[in-house]
Design a protein around this ligand. Structure first.
Ligand SMILES: [Zn+2]
Length: 518
């Protein structure tokens, strides 16, 4: 049986980032892009450059930072958008322009207000223009799964004739059933002249929980590129989850005669990095990357797995990068041992990163005997923050108890300036947040607050995740600390700093009105 490669097109930085509360700044996109390169994805869709100056800059930086993967930029099928996208990616070693236009009657009538012949003309012009700039052009028929198959085929033929090398037919609204979605590709392949000149691509949303099933149906019908996101993040119910698609192909690929180039051992690391950046946590029972995905708790299963893993285990935890080591680092472990352990866990640190990690490690090792691997990773994911305009926590003092009115005194630093204030609240965290509000004059509404232990035992470090609404826009914050109140305050400050940063970016941006798509 032929063993075909399925190309993995990752859109975590574009479609994924569009989900509420998942926006990433330039540095975060860059870190994620580098991890995606290690993960071995074939294409990184870095953003939608026309959307804002921030998006444009991020795409440009990612384009210059990765070597092996193709870097794609999304643009509507109009010249200005395409030119802007090209400006952002032209320095990439392997740039791709990804342009799109809706093809369903619903979108034509209510959104585009265009007749079919106009759409055909626009597709032809857009793809030709894109091809005049870039050899690698992908065209997406937005809302393809709800389009008339005859018209869809006409559009695809025009796009290929104009020079598109990749044709993406998304299930934009997550409406298709696997059999229908597969049939759509089969019919397009039967109807379109020159279809063999293009790679077919699927892009599925998870509104009915069918995104991965639809993606698999697509590759069974000739598709060779799948668009997906890490942890399945994305608008509404999200996109097809990269880790599920990849492990389904790896585990059952022999039957399908297919494989991907993904380094599956990098999956867990990618998932955790994304969680730490966005604060968007993965449910415990999520396939592949959830905390319970490889836990065989039930006695009868445990017994079976111990006797022979194959009884209940269809893939190994090691294959997705879960590592358990018996060596324990503690207070007396030096910088070299720390570096070595990070190496074993798959992280290569720069001298500067090691310095920062070592300082956090010492602070934690001072308070507890052993530092677990999960805690080391949590240390690493503590962001490097230092831009002058950001608030940093210098000192925190809280007094609380069953008969005391919770009070917090907070000292913040911003550049060279120092600020201190106190407040009372319903609890110590609330009191500290109120003190921050008094200092900064910025009031946020806490919409989500989660504390989670990183490893086992009462002395493990805790991770605090917050979502804070500043003026109608929600920002995430995350911090790890052995003290949950300090962690909560740092997480809140991170959300506040992001809000500040976003306001700065917007002020400098002539943000164009956008319609997100594909
Ligand atoms: Zn999408």
């Amino acid at each position: 049986m032929a063993d075909d490669q399925v190309y993995i097109f990752d859109t975590t930085l574009r479609d994924g980032e569009q989900s509420p509360g998942c926006s990433m700044n330039l540095d975060e996109k860059l870190r994620m892009a580098r991890q995606l390169e290690r993960l071995g994805v074939d294409v990184i869709e870095a953003g939608f450059p026309i959307a804002s100056v921030g998006d444009f800059e991020a795409v440009k930086v990612v384009a210059g930072a990765v070597e092996r993967p193709i870097v794609a930029a999304l643009c509507r099928a109009v010249e200005g958008d395409i030119a802007r996208a090209w400006d952002a990616i032209k320095s990439a070693r392997r740039p791709r322009l990804h342009t799109f236009l809706a093809t369903s009657d619903i979108h034509l009538k209510y959104k585009l207000r265009k007749e079919r012949p106009e759409v055909l003309k626009a597709v032809d012009a857009a793809v030709r223009y894109a091809r005049s700039l870039c050899v690698d052009v992908e065209f997406s028929c937005e809302d393809a799964s709800r389009s008339d198959i005859g018209f869809l085929s006409e559009v695809v033929e025009v796009a290929i004739e104009a020079g598109a090398g990749v044709i993406n037919l998304p299930d934009t609204v997550g409406y298709a059933m696997p059999s229908e979605y597969g049939a759509m590709f089969r019919q397009v392949r039967e109807r379109v002249r020159g279809i063999d000149r293009a790679v077919l691509s699927a892009h599925c949303h998870n509104d009915l929980g069918l995104a991965v099933a639809n993606s698999i149906a697509a590759i069974e019908n000739g598709v060779r590129q799948l668009e997906c996101t890490v942890n399945g993040i994305g608008e509404r119910a999200g996109n097809a989850a990269l880790e599920e698609i990849v492990m389904a192909i790896k585990t059952r690929g022999e039957r399908m005669g297919m494989h991907t180039g993904v380094v599956t051992e990098e999956i867990i690391k990618s998932s955790r990095l994304l969680t730490s950046i966005t604060g968007m946590m993965v449910q415990r029972n999520k396939a592949i990357v959830g905390a319970n995905a490889f836990a065989h708790e039930a006695g009868i299963h445990q017994d079976g797995v111990l006797k022979s893993a194959i009884t209940y285990e269809i893939m190994t935890p090691q294959s997705v990068g879960i590592k358990h080591s018996t060596l324990v680092l503690g207070k007396h472990s030096g910088r070299h041992a720390l570096k070595q352990r990070f190496g074993e866990l798959g992280y290569t640190l720069t001298a500067e990163e090691l310095d920062r990690a070592y300082a956090s490690f010492c602070a934690i090792a001072d308070q507890k005997k052993e530092v677990a691997d999960e805690e080391l990773v949590a240390i690493l994911e503590d962001r490097a923050t230092s831009p002058e305009e950001y608030y940093h926590l210098d000192e925190l003092h809280v007094s609380t108890g069953t008969r005391v009115r919770p009070t917090a005194t907070v000292e913040l630093r911003k550049g060279d300036a120092r600020f201190v204030d106190s407040a009372t609240g319903d609890g110590p965290v609330d009191a500290a947040y109120r003190a921050i509000e008094r200092i900064t004059g910025i009031s946020g509404k806490l919409t989500e607050y989660v504390l989670k232990s990183v490893s086992y035992g009462h002395d493990t470090i805790g991770e605090a995740f917050v979502r804070v609404d500043f003026d109608g826009v929600v920002f995430n914050g995350r911090a790890a600390s052995t003290d949950v109140i300090t962690g909560s305050v740092k997480a809140y400050l991170e959300a506040l700093n992001r809000a500040q940063n976003s306001i700065r970016l917007k002020q400098g941006a002539a943000a164009a009105a956008i319609e997100t798509g594909a």
